[in-house]
Design a protein around this ligand. Structure first.
Ligand code: NAI
Length: 306
């Protein structure tokens, strides 16, 4: 049923994702599109040369022509500028909002029935632009951000507790920026609360480190941002969709009254299957979580008015 995936943006995240898809998935066709002259073609030829290692029969097209995304089942947008050291997500908004509007028109024209996964930052705002510009139903347009933040949290929890991630349960929701909600109530070890395993100081360290992980990585890389964990997070989302897994994954979804928020895109746990978002899961929130979520509508309105 799911035969074709297109990736728009052949930079660090887009090219790594394309490699994951080519090497491990069952898609017949992968299209990689980038406006940079020759980039998508070069990347696709390089990836294609690994065919014999995976015995892959997938067809891969790299091009600057958006016609290549025609009839995609899933489109992933990783195009735009990545945050560099010293750049805020707000600085990014001005540049990437324009890119999002341009790409939306191509998606509407060539792949109007696809499920659209947005990756470009600032994620929550750019997902909102894609939702508005494409007019897709909300189950078909959402962003990847909180699942990456959750993966980061699990890694950092492992570092602190030394316990295998297979028995750690944790997820992050809210915005995909430093104000993300890293709640202790969402961290468990085999069902037990986290304060049985970590003291107060360590829990705060985990929360703080998770919220600033993206910036920490950029401070070392300087001129680019994270790539490996992000592209694998997208890959897992594509698998949940194409294999109709009904997995609960936090994605940046357009809310319609859930959590008291309307017409804003925020990372919340959702049931993901072949329809995209099957259902937004409404968590029973603690007091701290409620306060943080309430602030979201204000902060998004504030940014939109800049
Ligand atoms: P990159 O700079 O390596 O690649 C971006 C690519 O987009 C470039 O090759 C560029 O030519 C292309 N591009 C720009 N405008 C385009 C257009 N109109 N049509 C087609 N292609 C276009 O950046 P990287 O590291 O791959 O990151 C891509 C985006 O993903 C950035 O906005 C970054 O902040 C975001 N990101 C989001 C994450 C998340 O968790 N949501 C995690 C990591 C990155």
């Amino acid at each position: 049923m799911f035969k074709k995936v297109s990736i728009i943006g052949a930079g660090a995240v887009g090219s790594t994702l394309t490699f994951h898809l080519f090497s491990r998935s069952h898609f017949k066709e992968i299209a990689l599109v980038d406006i940079a002259d020759g980039l998508a073609k070069g990347v696709s030829l390089d990836i294609e040369d690994s065919r014999s290692f995976f015995d892959s029969t997938a067809q891969i097209i790299g091009t600057d022509d958006f016609c290549a995304i025609a009839d995609s089942d899933i489109v992933v947008v990783t195009a735009g500028v990545a945050r560099k050291d010293g750049m805020t997500r707000h600085d990014l908004l001005k540049i990437n909002a324009k890119v999002a509007k341009d790409i939306s028109s191509h998606i509407k024209k060539h792949a109007s029935k696809s499920i659209l996964i947005v990756v470009t930052n600032p994620l929550d705002l750019i997902t909102g632009i894609f939702a508005k510009e494409t007019g897709f139903e909300r189950n078909r347009v959402f962003g990847m951000g909180s699942s990456l933040d959750s993966a980061r949290l699990l890694n950092i929890l492992h570092q602190e507790t030394k316990i295998s991630t297979s028995v750690l349960e944790a997820f992050v929701f809210g915005l995909h920026n430093n104000d993300m909600i890293v709640s202790r109530d969402r961290m468990r070890v085999k069902g037990e609360t986290i304060n049985k395993f970590l003291d107060e100081e360590a829990i705060k360290r985990v929360q703080n480190k998770t919220a600033h992980r993206g910036g920490e990585i950029i401070s070392f890389l300087k001129n680019r941002s994270a790539n490996f964990a992000p592209s694998y997070s997208i890959f897992r989302l594509i698998e949940a969709i194409s294999k109709n897994k009904n997995e609960i994954i936090p994605v940046c979804a357009l809310l319609k009254g859930e959590y008291g928020l309307t017409d804003v895109c925020v990372g919340v746990p959702c049931i993901i299957n072949s329809k995209g978002i099957e259902k937004v899961v409404e968590l029973t929130l603690g007091e701290e979580e409620k306060i943080k979520l309430r602030k979201i509508q204000d902060s998004i309105n504030e940014i939109n008015n800049v």
